[in-house]
Design a protein around this ligand. Structure first.
Ligand SMILES: [Zn+2]
Length: 95
């Protein structure tokens, strides 16, 4: 059986530049400000720079497949249902 992982790690270094469309031109860019450092540490987004056209921007290092979107929607639905149940139970025992 194949291991079905819903979220795959990917390396944006091998993706094409979103600005000029060339491959193998992206380089990791150093975080220059506190905000960029926070984004780098707390999100899957990292700052990249294109050596061809000078584009700078964030690329995600996570690849969300169609399957993972379903899983995320399922968990959001579950949280809503649990929150609703907790509200009902609290309302019953603590009027
Ligand atoms: Zn480019």
């Amino acid at each position: 059986m194949r291991n079905k992982r819903s979220v795959f790690r990917k390396n944006p270094l091998f993706e094409k530049c979103p600005s000029c469309g060339n491959y193998n031109t992206l380089h990791r860019s150093h975080a220059r400000s506190l905000r960029e450092r926070l984004v780098k540490n707390f999100t899957p987004y990292k700052k990249y720079r294109c050596g061809q056209c000078g584009w700078r921007g964030y690329r995600s290092t996570l690849n969300f497949s169609r399957g993972s979107a379903k899983v995320i929607i399922f968990y959001i639905g579950l949280i809503v249902v649990v929150a609703w149940l907790v509200k009902q139970i609290l309302g019953r025992f603590m009027p």
